[in-house]
Design a protein around this ligand. Sequence first.
Ligand SMILES: NC(=O)c1ccc[n+]([C@@H]2O[C@H](COP(=O)([O-])OP(=O)(O)OC[C@H]3O[C@@H](n4cnc5c(N)ncnc54)[C@H](OP(=O)(O)O)[C@@H]3O)[C@@H](O)[C@H]2O)c1
Length: 252
Amino acid sequence: MGAAIARALHDNGHPVAWCSVGRSEATASRAERFQKFEQLHELAAWATTVVSVIPPHAAAETAESVVQAGFQGCYVDANAIAPQTAATVQGIAERGGCSYVDGGIIGPPPKKTAGSRLYLSDGGDGTAARRISTLFEGSIFEAPVLVGLGPHAASALKIVFAAWTKGSAAMLLATARSAEGLGVMDALRSEWEQSIPEMAARLERTNGAVGSKAWRYIGEMLEIASAFESAGQPGGFHRAAAEVYQQIADEQ
Ligand SMILES: NC(=O)c1ccc[n+]([C@@H]2O[C@H](COP(=O)([O-])OP(=O)(O)OC[C@H]3O[C@@H](n4cnc5c(N)ncnc54)[C@H](OP(=O)(O)O)[C@@H]3O)[C@@H](O)[C@H]2O)c1
């Protein structure tokens, strides 16, 4: 997703760079067309805006590294993190002298045409978020600004969206695995055909979509669990979903 965000900015004529320290060959090949810095402090001195698009569990630690490297511009966290984690990231960024814009991405990495959204919020009148949104104007990402819904509205929206999509996917996978374990999968499929005919196709799509990405969903489910708890809802659904994804990741 980071490469897709970078491509949108690059295609809009904005200079884009990345830092190679600690990154894999796969990331390096996705980032080939962008300027490379081998050290984070070099990137921090060059950039006016940093957009963080990484696995959610590393959001705070990445903000800390960027700030420690001397970055002084606008830090945009676009990861699937709970609003309270976003508040932690914002605190890190602001204590380091940066400004902060919250982000949340909904939709797959878009290919040629616009189809995914980078929601943005800043907790103020939307000026800072709109400045980031403008960078994406006419690109493969729409970048709607959420005004008046609090500083971490973009993260909150992403979290509740993923709560249903990835949470219900985990429930379906656990259901199918339990049906297999209990020896009634074929009987369940027959019953589905009669009463919920779309389920078999949904299971197939879900199996295909999760696979090698399961490890990345674990942190996201834990973020959703803590966001639910902060809203007075039980976090147990998504802690269990994290366990389902952990099980699948362990089998890969
Ligand atoms: N993919 C989607 O459809 C989608 C949709 C909506 C939102 N998002 C959000 O986008 C974010 C990234 O997801 P993704 O699908 O792009 O994941 P991904 O394909 O696994 O890519 C993660 C990238 O982050 C790098 N990375 C991993 N750990 C890091 C760390 N500690 N510090 C800095 N960089 C690190 C990885 O580099 P290495 O290769 O070196 O590990 C890789 O380049 C997540 O917050 C996710 O929720 C993704």
